[in-house]
Write a protein that binds this ligand. Sequence first.
Ligand code: KG4
Ligand code: ZN
Length: 345
Amino acid sequence: MILLALETSCDETSAAVIRDGAVLANVVASQIRLHAEYGGVVPELAAREHLRNLLPVARAALHQAGVRPADLEAVAATRGPGLPTALLVGLKAAQGLAGALGVPFLGIHHHEAHLYSPWISGEPPRADFDSLEPHVSLIVSGGHTMLVAVDAVGRHRVLGATLDDAAGECFDKTGKLLGLPYPAGPVIDQLAAEGQPRFDFPRPLLHEANDDFSFSGLKTSVRYYVRDHPALAGDGRALRDLCASVQAAIVDTLVGKTLKAAERLDRRCLTASGGVTCNRALRERLTRECAARGLHLRLAPPTLCTDNAAMIGLLAEWQLRHGTSADSLDADIAPAWELGAQRRE
Ligand code: KG4
Ligand code: ZN
């Protein structure tokens, strides 16, 4: 099956062409520079930028894949969760194209696509969904942090989630306090590699008997630290050590809680996905801890950790091939769609 997928849920405009479980093209136009000026994503600007970029991005993906619109056998788009006006751009374009071509349309859950992205590998990337084993999955992005128990593709249960800030948001907000550009996650990753984690920041909820996260207290601790140490500005060494310390607190918490959930549920496999899974310290720590315990670890490929249409398309194509019925061409966006909740029309 040849399928075109569109992703416009936040600040990346992406289109991917999928054929029989493989990615033929995955084009991503990031809006990071546009939003950096404001220190975060501005929804109205994001939607306008998606409108500007969607057709060129979709044309580029089709061109790279050597596929004509008439060859498409299905069209998919992210239906939610995400920014309402941003979601509308991709969803309505996909429905219009599917209607014009007379092919099925499928609306995909953004986090469900992240959830299965660790089961994509190779070059060109292929879906290894058939080799999926029961596991505990950590989804860590700028908007969400959650632990999910997965039994099979489409059979999953949310164990816990963040009560306030997401892990990526914590990287970005503490980075802002330290005067770093948005998004600060990749910058902290770089600076932390040259620093020592000598400052002790809280590991929120690490020892609580639940699978939830909370990162706003950590951000507040950094705010007080910066307020009480004005000499910090201009001290490169202290900045690198602070970045290493913030990163260590986030990584300890994410890894500790994921391992605890896996142990409690007696799962021998762990996965991680979402933008923060690009973080090298998180990848290294998960790799080390899983090796020490004989656990199987699957990490989403770094290029597919941040938002992309390839993960949307691979899941949509798999669902269509496994009997999921198409969605209505009138199906509405689902900006607050919870993972695991049914939302079919
Ligand atoms: O999944 P994503 O592209 O967008 C959302 O759905 O939110 O994730 C973006 C988030 C941002 O908060 C960014 O700072 C974080 O992922 N991020 C990182 C790294 N690369 C991206 N955080 C820590 N270390 C990184 N290397
Ligand atoms: Zn995402």
